[in-house]
Design a binder for this molecule. Structure first.
Ligand code: SF4
Length: 614
């Protein structure tokens, strides 16, 4: 029987519960459990930062085994940034430890009266005083907890920015983070600073011999993948070179598609300053890289990163290809505990407002937000983390910040459903862009990454510039990621590099869990589609509909400047949206029809959304 731990932070009551066989079979695990419990347990229209919201931390059914890249973990909740369902994926080793402690899911309810952390060991659970680490950075808090509980303890924690309720704070395991959507902010709203687990390694597999054979097959797949070696050696910064070559690297708040001087932040530059390769539990790709800046104004700065998105967020936003500044920015965000994508995007927004005279030095405490100068960016990161001056406004995310600032600022807020756009230009890759528009969690590249626009033939290659005939592929990508995330498979080997496919995931699930249905790829596709629709229904209950499935106006009206996709706009968003809705079996307002819900085994949800249909 698979189990969860329910922690009431107000009453102090902690209890183990079985995940019923019915739920386990219908939702498989990982994101499937996240979507099911969030839908069932978080009532509509509550304040995401209020007591009624719940924070759930989950691991996958293959976590803690020798299967490669399956030991990540996820946070699920109602997002304080978007008001939608959010699932945010974190790395490190917490996922394996959570599994060894015996749980697929931790559910945190209510709010502690004072700062606390939860300690889990050998079937015992305690809510302990966190006053000594409240206000501490993520590294300080984790060092303290390691000192108290020993080097074998593993943990997740939040940073001081979450405590200030910056709406895009993340949850950290080591230097890896569930960054997007403000899951750390929800954790802080519950006065929960950390979760610490001590557990011994254990593998409880239904068919260990078959599982071992499948892991060997998986490892072979990694070694045979063309992308394996370069990704292992250089990591995600290769995206900088690719993004600029293909004209999808957003610059100056999504006006241009190529960054002047991008050679200075090429992956080779980062490789030259890499000292160590780090990875999540049981992952031979080790995409984390520890780097130290050797010279210049930021000499000596070090971080476990930056990854591609962070490099983009702190170079494209300011139009400044300064390698050292990206390392400093990465380190600052990690210590404060904030999402680098939302932070960089918010700062890019502020730079554009300053250029247009909507913000002046009166609003910025004297900072001159001039393109090409990364110094104000670094100061703004600190101001966001401490909610000081303009940082207090930007800490709300660009949507709320624009509403607060007024003077037409809304036009320059680059978000979908309140979540800031990541580092892929929608006009240069339109299936990827429309993935942002249609996603259940706001703009998120990993939620439905369009490999087909890079030449992947699964299910068919797409022309990145084409304006139609791609809605069904956007659906395919959303469902494919949802299927991989039933086992919380990492997107890099599972989707981007094609080190393994869904067929292998299905075989591994069947060998691990003795549930023959999980061995069918078709079954995983079916469950993934069900999960996607359930998340959508959560959002519908919150009032979301077709009107929210859109992109910033700039994408439709302002031609992209520079690079390979110079002059592109998204010409037919409605066409792609309608193709997508049709492929999904949704009505014209983006609502799953009664027949679609019945096909997916979600009949009981129909009554919740029937009143929202047009
Ligand atoms: S590829 Fe990177 S993020 Fe994914 S599991 Fe491996 S180390 Fe973690």
């Amino acid at each position: 029987m698979r189990r969860l731990l329910r922690v009431n932070l107000s009453s102090g009551l902690i209890k183990e519960e079985d995940i019923s066989a019915k739920i386990a079979e219908a939702f498989v695990g990982g994101r499937g459990f996240g979507a099911k419990y969030v839908y069932d347990e978080i009532p509509p229209n509550i304040d995401p930062l209020g007591r009624e919201n719940k924070l759930m931390l989950g691991t996958g059914p293959l976590a803690g085994t020798s299967a490669q890249s399956f030991s990540k973990w996820m946070a699920y909740t109602k997002s304080p940034l978007t008001g939608t369902f959010i699932r945010s994926s974190g790395g490190g080793d917490f996922g394996a430890w959570l599994k060894w402690a015996g749980f697929e899911l931790l559910i945190f309810e209510e709010k502690a009266a004072k700062p606390v952390y939860v300690y889990i060991k050998d079937g015992k659970y305690e809510i302990l005083d966190a006053s000594a680490i409240w206000g501490k950075t993520t590294s300080e808090a984790q060092s303290y907890l390691r000192r108290i509980h020993g080097a074998k303890a593993r943990m997740v924690c939040i940073g001081p920015a979450a405590e200030k309720l910056v709406r895009y704070a993340g949850i950290f395991s080591g230097r890896r983070t569930a960054g997007r959507g403000g899951t750390g902010t929800v954790m802080a709203s519950k006065n929960l600073k950390a979760v610490v687990i001590e557990a011994d390694r254990s593998e409880n597999l239904a068919d260990p011999e078959e599982f071992k054979k499948l892991v060997r097959q998986q490892v072979k797949g990694y070694k045979e993948s063309l992308g394996f070696e370069p990704f292992r050696d250089y990591g995600t910064p290769m995206g900088v070179d690719m993004g600029n070559a293909l004209g999808y690297f957003p610059v100056r708040n999504f006006r241009m598609g190529i960054l002047e001087g991008h050679e200075n932040i090429s992956f080779m530059q980062y490789a030259a300053i890499t000292q160590e390769h780090t990875g999540c539990y049981a992952c031979m790709l080790k995409c984390g890289k520890v780097r130290t800046v050797p010279g210049g104004p930021y000499a000596g700065a070090t971080s476990e990163g930056p990854h591609f998105e962070t490099i983009w967020a702190f170079s494209g936003s300011t139009g400044c290809a300064d390698l050292g500044a990206t390392v400093v920015a990465d380190h600052l965000c990690c210590e404060l505990g904030i999402d680098t994508i939302s932070t960089g995007n918010s700062i890019g927004f502020a730079y554009e407002l300053f250029e247009r005279g909507i913000l002046t030095t009166k609003d910025t405490d004297g900072l001159v937000l001039k393109y090409g100068d990364p110094e104000p960016m670094l100061k703004l990161i600190e101001k966001i983390g401490s909610r000081e001056g303009l940082g207090d406004i930007l800490a709300e995310g660009v949507k709320r910040a624009a509403e607060h600032i007024g003077k037409g600022a809304e036009e320059y807020a680059m978000h979908v459903k309140g979540q800031e756009l990541p580092g892929y230009e929608p006009r240069a890759m339109k299936a990827l862009g429309m993935n942002y528009a249609l996603s259940n969690v706001g703009a998120n590249h990993c939620y439905g990454y369009a490999q087909q626009e890079m030449g992947n033939p699964r299910p068919r290659v797409l022309d990145p510039a084409a304006d139609e005939d791609k809605g069904d592929v956007v659906k395919y990508n959303h469902d494919y990621m949802a299927a991989l995330e039933l086992a919380i498979a990492c997107t890099f080997p599972g989707n981007n590099l094609e080190c393994f496919g869904l067929e292998l995931v299905a075989k591994m699930l069947a060998a691990a869990l003795a549930e023959p249905r999980f061995g069918s790829e078709d079954y995983l596709w079916h469950v993934a589609e069900k999960v996607y629709n359930l998340e959508r229904c959560f959002n519908i209950r919150e009032g979301f509909s077709r009107k929210d499935d859109t992109l910033p106006k700039r994408m439709f009206t302002e031609p992209l400047q520079g690079g390979l996709r110079d002059g592109e706009v998204i010409r037919k968003p409605d066409t792609i949206i309608e193709e997508y809705y049709q492929a999904r079996g949704w009505d014209n307002n983006g609502m799953p029809t009664k027949a679609t819900l019945a096909r997916l085994g979600l009949q009981e949800v129909d009554k919740d959304i029937a009143g929202f249909r047009s």
